[in-house]
Design a protein around this ligand. Sequence first.
Ligand code: ACM
Length: 538
Amino acid sequence: MKHLIKTLAGFCLGLFFVSGVAAQNLRVIPMPAHAEMTSRTVVLKQQPVISVLSDDLSGEASFLAEQLRGQGYRVDVARRGKIRGDILLGIDPALEGREEYRLTIAEERIEVKGGSPAGVFYGVGTLLQLLENGDLRCGEIHDAPRYAWRGYMLDESRHFSGEERVKELLDLMARFKMNRFHWHLTDAPGWRIEIKRYPRLTTVGGIGNNSDPDYPAEYYTQKQIRDIVAYAAARHIEIIPEIDMPGHGTAANRAYPEYSGGGSEDYPDFTFNVGKEETYEYLTNILREVRDLFPSKWMHIGGDEVAFGIEGWKTDPHVRALMKREGLTDVKQAERYFMHRMTDTVAALGRTLVGWDELMDLNVDPRSSLIMWWRHDRPNYLHKALDNDYPTVICPRHPLYLDFVQHASHRVGRTWDGPCTLQDVYAFPDSEFGRWKVDAEQQAHIVGMQVAAWTELMQNRKRVDFMTFPRLCALAESAWTCPERKSYESFTLRMEDVYRLLDGMGIYYFDPRDPERHTEPEGPVFRKKEQPKADFKD
Ligand code: ACM
């Protein structure tokens, strides 16, 4: 991983020095690493032929054809080797990076060559944006991402989005070359993934959401999940499921109270019972079904905020018996015992563990895990991750949690160290590395970055839209484009095309050009007077 990151950093720097000024005006988000464009415009004919030089690229050719048809072209895809088409897709072994591509635009032909199908897909994405934005000029673009992990997290437990909406979000992620969808499927208000062996997880645990504890059960069937995973894969997006444990287990514990480890006054039934052997069997069975649904090598098992509801373990006879048997002197050690066993389970299922930054307190092995650093007020945890060689995804609350407000006038959302503005997200992480004293060697352990839509206060599509866009676009450019090529001024200009697109799609985004244009949507009305505290992160 270190080697790959160094290669990409070199790529960015090397190309920066030869890049043309015209590239700054390229109407594409995220901004490519390098572009040499002329002023001569190319017009794609109305009936272009796409030809592919490798069987592996039939998916990319179909995607391009479908998108071009959406733009009004009548497209043919030629069978391999038959015709040299107007648009040629191929693999170029000389491109070292998997996601690297070269897009050559000439009057006689457009060529997209990638280091792999993913690279071709991103080249196709750039071509489509140029066409759509009326900026198809002769020239060459040579591009590769800054980070391997460019993520969006959606919390489905607090409020449920549903299949159609998730597919729409995946489309938008793909458009901006984002490649990791972190799916937060379980938490205190509701359990959202069908597990065949334990049907009550959804029929009982799926009831309720953050604004209405009695809302009829909402969840994804296994068939829907398979469809969504395939839909994402066709867009080179990997879905990382999160099954949060041993805390945030309230919904599951409503369904199967026999595995509850209790909680605290504020967070009742918050944990799984780490003292019962049956709990390990239960969770392993769940994770096995999860593994069979998600081909990603990563499996996220949370591990955050367990301390909120750990009180119950102190008196639970099973946890006490475990502690005695294993010589554990406090409940934190019981948490460590649990996480080590679950890490082994994840490995036995052929997956690599992902967890929140609390996991490092439990000495989980950096060789078999990936850490998500989220507590922005604890940069020492970022240092701990980077200094101990944990592959790390950076997703600090400020500025990357989308449940924070994005404008000083907004009232519905969190504020902590101020709003998280579009510019804050855009400037991240380069603005912070100095402040956090993260040096180049430490940076080599950062595999990527991610924004997170926690949905406590996003009860409907309109609010998810408003909190996600346009900040998702800023994250996408920041995660793809090397720092030397980033310019907020240029980004703001290029966003004009995106606002038009979002208007056309009916997305209710916050408009930083005119904060009054789309007024802040109302937050949820809570059916219960008191909102359960477990639904709020600290
Ligand atoms: C988190 O926000 N509890 C990871």
